[in-house]
Every structure is written in structure tokens, then in C-alpha cells.
Design a protein around this ligand. Structure first.
Ligand SMILES: *Cc1c(COP(=O)(O)O)cnc(C)c1O
Length: 392
């Protein structure tokens, strides 16, 4: 009997307790029953985001919250505004490219910084764009670029934005709840996450918080918005309601999964993810695999497909892992297809899940005649865990 194990960057595995919650009868959302749960969720989300601001819950995937950020902060050209707002987007991979596409879809004057795949954007590159375009209103970036596994210099970007008095708009979809991104302490203006990543839920909810400065920008934003009108949402959510019918079951599940995260505590949560990432990197090195990113994120580890493999053979690695061993990882997208493997280690994932993943990887590589000593990667995983001194 094959057991499936998700080591993917969303959706991630869902804890049994959360799944059990979905079996409960649904409540109506315009009732005190829902409001009590929503109140609980709001305070949990503030804990998660490390913010005093209200964290809005949207019924959409993470991309919906990205679109909401753009539609609610900026202005397009019309009779009273002769120019569309200017923004800088950091395209360090598929998700950064998405910022560019959204900004362009709203006809913003978009200055895109294209970063070499696998690298983190440099502060110098952003500063250069800011100097070249003094009218820029915001920098849109990822905390961790999931398509390449690169970690961005988040705090330094927030500091730079503050210095230039522009908004820092951070897609923290694979960051929040995995490593430390304290929204208020770092003075980020927008922070976003989604349900199917660190929150250990099915896809369907997105979360977004705005700083006072961002809410001020919202006052003058003239871009069209309806479903994702954040001012309308805030008004409703301040009263423990939502503008539209929320994904009620997911809200109920979120209260349970966030309680699990709160029980761990920020420190343990972040230390564990650091350790899982280190264990994966050590396993890769022990197997003679090369890391793809030189700024590896604690979210997922990207490794290069060994040079002796063709692109088709590269694609086969994940296929064998899934079809034979039930371990689901992701490969590269677009130009990285067949060239990298992405091993995710966040959400409902512990050191033994990582060991499972590495053992399936070893077997798949062996099948493709890659020379390795079976168990060497797994041993590195176990050693890293033991040396960390962390408990489960
Ligand atoms: C998953 C993800 C998203 C959102 O994708 P959806 O498919 O809309 O959930 C956005 N940014 C990053 C960095 C992600 O990892």
C-alpha cells in the first residue's frame, strides 16, 4: 500500500486535527457562532504576522491578496491623475514575475528588476531603480522566492523603502509562519500569506495586513476594485464579519491549525524550520548534489539536477519519487524544468518527513544510475537533527 507524502511548496500536508474539523457541521457566517471563531482567528493572525494591525482574511488563494494589494494601494491614469503610479517589482522567479504581471494588468508604470535565477536581489539594484525613478510609490517583492528557493534580504528592503519613503509590499506567502518576518518591528507596509503553505490548510484563504502608511495610500487609490475592496473588508472584519461569504470551513480549520502553530511558539517554529533546511542541505551535499541557490531559504531547498542527466532524466527523478515511493516533490518551472529539484520542508513537516523525502530521492537517483551510497543522505539528515539538540 503506497502512502503519499507531500514535500511540495503548497499545498502542504494537513494535520489530522484540522482534517477532523472539516467533518463538523458548517455554521452560518452571519451568526455569533462564526463571529466567535473569526475573532479568535483574527487575534491568532496578529500573532502570526507579529502586528497590531488588523489582518484581513480573503477568500482566494495568495495571488488574490497580491492583486488586492495592487488594486488598493495605487492609482491609474484618469482625468485628475495624468500618470499612472510607478512601482518597482523584483522578479527573482515565477512569483516575482507575477507581481510584474499584476502591476501591468492594472496599467501601472512598472519598473521590473530581473534577478538571475537562484540569486537574491541586491539592495544596490533596488536603490539604483529608486534613484532612477524618484516618483516610485512602492517596491513589490517576495520574502522567499518559491520557484528558486532564494531568500530575499527582507529587512534591508524594508529599511531601504523607509529611507526613500516608498511602500514595502512583501509577498510573505512562503515566509510567514516559517521564519521571522515581524511586520511591525521591520515596518513592512504590506504583508501577505496564504492558507495552503505554512498554515497547513487547503488552498482557499489569503491573508493581508496593511500598515498605517499603506492604509493612507488606500485612501487615494483610484484603481477599480470590487471583490477585493480592502476598505470594505476592513469595515466588515472589524465587526467580525466579512464583506462576502467567507470560506467558512477553512476559517474553522484555520483556528485549529493556528493554535498548533501558537502552541509551538515563534522561536521553536523558526528554529525547527532552520534545522529542517540545514538537514536537507547537508543531505544534498552528502549525496554530491549541488545547491541551486546561494541564498538558500529555510522554506525549501533547491538542488541542481546532476550535470550527467539530460533534462528528460532530470524530470524523471520527481516522477519516480512520486510513482514508486509516494513522495511528491516539485521540479523547476519554465527554463528551470528538468534542471532543479525543489524539496520543501515547511508546514506540517518534521525531520522524519525530510528523511523520507531524502530516502526516496536516493532510491530514484540510484535507479537512474547516479552513483551514491544508499543511506548517506538520510544519515546526514539524522545527524543534523541530533546535533541541533531540538526536540520534536
Ligand atoms: C504559493 C505562492 C503564491 C500564491 O500562489 P497561489 O497559487 O495563488 O496560492 C505567491 N507567492 C509565493 C511566493 C508562493 O509561494
Amino acid at each position: 500500500m503506497k502512502k503519499f507524502r507531500l514535500l511540495t511548496p503548497g499545498p502542504t500536508a494537513i494535520p489530522e486535527k484540522v482534517l477532523a474539523k472539516f467533518a463538523e457541521p458548517i455554521v452560518h457566517h452571519r451568526t455569533s457562532l462564526f463571529e466567535a471563531q473569526f475573532k479568535e482567528l483574527q487575534s491568532q493572525l496578529q500573532w502570526l504576522f507579529q502586528t497590531k494591525e488588523i489582518v484581513l482574511t480573503l477568500t482566494s488563494t495568495g495571488t488574490g491578496a497580491m492583486e488586492a494589494a495592487v488594486a488598493n494601494l495605487f492609482s491609474g491614469m484618469n482625468a485628475s491623475t495624468p500618470h499612472a503610479d510607478e512601482v518597482i517589482t523584483v522578479n527573482a522567479g515565477k512569483f516575482g514575475e507575477r507581481w510584474t504581471k499584476i502591476a501591468k494588468a492594472y496599467n501601472l508604470n512598472t519598473h521590473e528588476i530581473v534577478v538571475e535565477r537562484g540569486k537574491a536581489v541586491t539592495i544596490a539594484a533596488i536603490e539604483k531603480e529608486l534613484r532612477a525613478h524618484p516618483q516610485v510609490k512602492a517596491v513589490l517583492f517576495q520574502a522567499s522566492e518559491t520557484s528558486t528557493g532564494a531568500l530575499m534580504p527582507i529587512k534591508a528592503i524594508a529599511d531601504l523603502c523607509k529611507k526613500h519613503q516608498v511602500l514595502s509590499v512583501c509577498d510573505g506567502i512562503t515566509a510567514v509562519g516559517i521564519f521571522d518576518v515581524p511586520m511591525d518591528a521591520w515596518e513592512l507596509d504590506v504583508l501577505i500569506t496564504g492558507s495552503q503553505k505554512a498554515l497547513m490548510l487547503p488552498p482557499g484563504l489569503a491573508f493581508i495586513a496593511l500598515s498605517a502608511r499603506a492604509w493612507k495610500a488606500n485612501e487615494s487609490s483610484n484603481l477599480p476594485k470590487f471583490y477585493f475592496d480592502l476598505k470594505k473588508e476592513r469595515k466588515a472584519q472589524e465587526k467580525m464579519q466579512t464583506a462576502w461569504t467567507p470560506a467558512i470551513s477553512l476559517v474553522q480549520g484555520a483556528v485549529v491549525s493556528l493554535k498548533m502553530l501558537q502552541d509551538e511558539g515563534h522561536q521553536k517554529l523558526f528554529a525547527t524550520h532552520e534545522m529542517l533546511a540545514l538537514a536537507t542541505r547537508n543531505a544534498a551535499t552528502a549525496l554530491g548534489l549541488e545547491l541551486f541557490s546561494d541564498a538558500p531559504s529555510p522554506v525549501l531547498t533547491t538542488v541542481k539536477v546532476p550535470a550527467k542527466f539530460t533534462v528528460d532524466e532530470g524530470k524523471k527523478i520527481a516522477k519516480i519519487m512520486q510513482e514508486k515511493y509516494g513522495v511528491i516533490i516539485t521540479g523547476g518551472q519554465d527554463e528551470l524544468m528538468g534542471k532543479i529539484l525543489r524539496l520543501s520542508h515547511f508546514g506540517y513537516c518534521d525531520i522524519f518527513d525530510v528523511a523520507n523525502g531524502i530516502s526516496a530521492l536516493e532510491l530514484a537517483l540510484l535507479e537512474l544510475a547516479y552513483p551514491l551510497e544508499l543511506g548517506k543522505g538520510v544519515a546526514a539528515v539524522m545527524k543534523t537533527f541530533k546535533d541541533s539538540g531540538l526536540a520534536l
